[in-house]
Write a protein that binds this ligand. Structure first.
Ligand code: NI
Length: 425
């Protein structure tokens, strides 16, 4: 299908510009110049609207929407071991499927076109991605060690089976996901690193999230979690490491030297009282930084606009520096850097030849007027609900606030039923 988005204020690599964008099949064919023989099947009038690259939620657990608002105001360990894990034990594959559908609705609704996920029941999640048409990198969370090698091996088998089963699906790819240094011992981390190399898969993991983790790893291994993951071979230039809140200068140097993508999750880190990641310091040291919401049990939204706002505000306050993370830097972190973390240089920017993953915002909302500075509007004024149309790979998934690939009422109903069964409602 050919789509023409006419006369729209678009965020291009060189800045904001009013132009027309020509989409042919899954690709952005041209900006402003009409491609040879181009006949639009659909024309979108861009007057009063803004076109941005789809946001990339580079760290989440989509299925955890079923646990939204049921584990709140708790410290990290009480939250995870006392509340979340016992509830997760009650979840089935179907539950994770419906939770993922609700998550995908929320992400599309707020302009996210891609996400990187870690969870279990990965086939049910993959099916939700395929049904809805969103783009995702999935990874089966791996927990294991020498105390129960069979369990770790079984989880690894599930991870690799899913990679094989879904390998030819266009909008889906996979990573291998050691859950965290405190749930995978060094031997298991080494096994995962070796398997990732054999299968040519990137690593997706949580590192240095809580002070408790820092203490636990220091007691067991006499080093920091980053040093442990590095010596186990997990840190490479395709590795995606969520959180990285508590870092030494040496840790930051390792992350920069190895070319790791750090995914910062400011809202989740605040809500679980884990702290504030040293993002300006990492940027200064040349660490690649992307942005994620984490799961709905610790955020409690999957709204990348709220995350962008938090990212661009909190480091100003903490560092007494109004330019610690600027609006434009934050937008690049939420788009292009996230795409690169997915291994996709064809996403995250609106330019000819790139894949058409796009979101259109309504600028006629009171909070978006007057339109003095569009970058500031995105980072500081937008709620996310200004997004009205979303395109993934040239396919319209949400048009004028209507989902075209999701039965939203059914997803909400199914998730509500799950919450009644597991006792959170
Ligand atoms: Ni997480």
């Amino acid at each position: 299908m050919n789509i023409l988005i006419k006369d729209i204020l678009a965020l291009l690599p060189e800045g904001f510009q009013t132009c027309s964008v020509y989409i042919s099949g899954s690709t952005i064919a041209s900006i402003s110049a009409v491609p040879d023989g181009f006949k639009p099947d659909k024309t979108i009038n861009g007057k009063g609207k803004m076109l941005i690259p789809g946001l990339v939620n580079a760290h989440t657990h989509a299925s955890m929407t079923v646990l939204r608002n049921c584990a709140d105001d708790l410290l990290f360990n009480d939250w995870l071991f006392g509340r979340v894990m016992p509830l997760e034990d009650k979840l089935t594959g179907a539950d994770c499927h419906w939770g993922a559908k609700l998550a995908i609705m929320e992400m599309l609704r707020t302009g996210t076109t891609s996400f990187i996920d870690m969870y279990y029941f990965i086939d049910d999640l993959a099916q939700a991605v395929q049904d809805t048409g969103i783009r995702a990198v999935l990874s089966r969370g791996l927990v294991g060690g020498s105390d129960d090698p069979k369990a770790g091996a079984q989880r690894m088998k599930e991870a690799l089976d899913a990679v094989d089963k879904w390998k030819n699906i266009d909008n889906l790819s996979f990573m291998l996901a050691p859950h965290a240094p405190y749930t995978c011992d060094e031997g298991f981390q080494r096994e995962i690193a070796a398997e990732a190399k054999r299968q040519n898969l990137a690593i997706n993991t949580h590192i240095s999230e809580s002070l408790n983790e820092i203490e636990t790893i220091r007691e067991s291994y006499g080093c920091t979690p980053i040093e442990l993951c590095d010596r186990a071979g997990l840190l490479t230039d395709t590795t995606v490491a969520a959180h990285c809140v508590h870092l030494t200068d040496g840790d930051i140097k390792i992350l920069a030297d190895r070319g790791v993508f750090v995914v910062t999750n400011p809202v989740s880190n605040l809500k679980l009282a884990n702290g504030v990641a040293p993002v300006p310091k990492m940027l200064e040291a040349g660490v690649k930084v992307a942005l994620g919401t984490d799961g709905a049990a610790s955020n409690n939204t999957l709204n990348m606009f709220r995350e962008l706002s938090m990212l661009t505000l909190i480091h100003k306050g903490v560092n007494h520096n109004a330019q610690a993370v600027t609006a434009s830097e934050g937008i690049a972190i939420a788009t292009k850097n996230g795409a690169l973390a997915m291994g996709r240089s064809d996403l995250g920017e609106i330019k000819p030849g790139n894949t058409a993953d796009l979101a259109i915002l309504d600028l006629d909302r009171p909070n978006m007027q007057p339109n003095n500075n569009p970058a500031a509007a995105l980072a500081y004024s937008a709620y996310g609900t200004e997004v009205e149309t979303v395109i993934v790979g040239g396919r319209i998934l949400m048009e004028n606030n209507e989902f075209l690939t999701i039965d939203a009422e059914k997803a909400v109903y199914e998730v509500s039923k799950i919450c009644e069964r597991i006792g959170t409602k």
